[in-house]
Design a protein around this ligand. Structure first.
Ligand code: FAD
Length: 351
């Protein structure tokens, strides 16, 4: 195991922000992961698990302990099918997510095609139950192999044990800091049709006589994402971000009624989508834009993407402090006008 010291974290994140890791290890195997954990424990170093760095805001002072990057590789397709006729794929946590999606589309297996173009690692996907364009990984994860730091055992978690919900799981709620994801097993449908339910995606295929296949759906998703600045393209001035900075708020029926009333008083119609039971999910981007923060808003080094109101962007040389100032300003205004609290989506590291 190679322990590096004072490694800059900014280049390891899509935001390109943050100070150094005091210690840094890249683990390519389960054994190396366990060794790195033992190193951190024996020296009392606080541990942070790094995947692809696409959902992080790292403090300008960096991380005082050990940053452990999980780089376990491998995509293995099981021969045959499971009892539900699905094909299983065991995927190392360090594999790039979009490489895996591309592989499943080529293998004509349906289930993650709408999640094309999302950056980050496979190990990061169960953490916030990654979702987009009508799919969430919780629908196709069959199990997650983890190192449980409570007793240092490697164990397999079934989907129920992962406690998936909107942008949440056991990994970022009740079991936060307890598990290291080593491998994820996905169960996909061979020969399955792509899911074309999301409005943007349906619009993309309007007027077509034949239904789109998985490859066309993947391309359409990537195209829509690129238009919204949600696909990482080298040289894109909106490219340095952590994707959506705020989660879509989930409101009770009473909160939703109040928000609708406030919108109507301004002559606006609130777009919303049914969530669990009596709850409603409302668009955070809509709230941000209607609170005075249009696309392209900003002051110097930090701003809002010119393509999507929900992405805060490092326009060059931004600090974590700059991002937090803009975040506070947006949260404050949205709360003042709409009486809704916006929860940040990225993980704050060392802040
Ligand atoms: C342009 C852009 C578009 C995006 N679009 C979407 C989208 O459509 N939908 C969506 O849901 N997200 C989206 N994201 C957010 C992000 O890509 C996902 O959340 C992604 O899954 C994060 O994975 P990562 O490997 O980069 O994790 P990181 O950013 O490295 O880490 C995120 C969290 O996961 C933990 N973690 C990472 N790997 C492991 C592991 N192996 N074991 C335990 N914990 C781990 C970290 O400790 C941290 O708490 C977008 C981001 C960007 C920059």
């Amino acid at each position: 195991m190679l322990v590096l010291e004072n490694i800059p974290l900014a280049p390891l994140t899509t935001f390109n922000i943050g100070g150094p890791a005091r210690y840094f290890v890249e683990a390519k195997t389960v054994g190396e992961t366990q060794e790195a954990v033992a190193f951190a424990c024996s020296r009392n170093h606080s541990l942070f698990i790094l995947g692809g760095g696409s959902n992080l805001l790292v403090a300008d002072t960096g991380w005082p302990g050990l940053v452990l990057k999980i780089a376990i590789q491998g995509i293995e397709q099981h021969p045959g099918h499971d009892e539900h006729g699905r094909v299983l794929f065991d995927v190392g946590a360090g594999e790039p997510w979009d490489k895996f999606v591309s592989r499943t589309v080529t293998a004509r297996c349906a289930g993650v095609e709408c999640l094309s173009g999302i950056p980050g690692s496979v190990g990061g996907t169960p953490v916030q139950n990654v979702g987009a364009y009508g799919q969430e990984v919780s629908e196709t994860i069959s199990s997650v192999l983890v190192l449980d730091l409570k007793d240092n055992q490697v164990r397999e978690l079934c989907p129920e044990a992962c406690e998936f919900s909107y942008r949440a799981s056991v990994f970022n709620t009740t079991g936060r800091g307890r598990f290291i994801v080593l491998r994820v097993t996905y169960a996909l449908t061979p020969g399955g049709a792509p899911r074309i339910t999301y409005a943007d995606l349906r619009r993309q295929f309007e007027g077509r006589e034949t239904p789109p296949n998985l490859a066309e759906t993947r391309e359409a998703v990537r195209y829509i994402r690129a238009r919204k600045g949600m696909l990482l393209i080298p040289g894109d001035p909106d490219g340095q971000s952590a994707g959506s900075f705020f989660k879509n708020p989930i409101l009770s029926a009473a909160q939703h009624e109040e928000l609708k009333r406030r919108a109507a008083a301004r002559g606006l119609t609130l777009p919303s989508y049914p969530a669990l039971e009596s709850q409603q999910k409302v668009s955070a981007a809509w709230l941000v834009e209607r609170s005075g923060f249009a696309k392209g808003f900003g002051f110097g080094r930090v701003g809002i993407s010119t393509k999507h109101a929900l992405a805060l962007v490092n326009r060059g040389g931004a600090t974590a402090a700059d991002v937090l100032t803009l975040k506070d300003q947006i949260q404050h205004r949205v709360e003042e006008i709409w009486s809704v609290h916006l929860e940040p989506e990225p993980v704050f590291v060392g802040l």
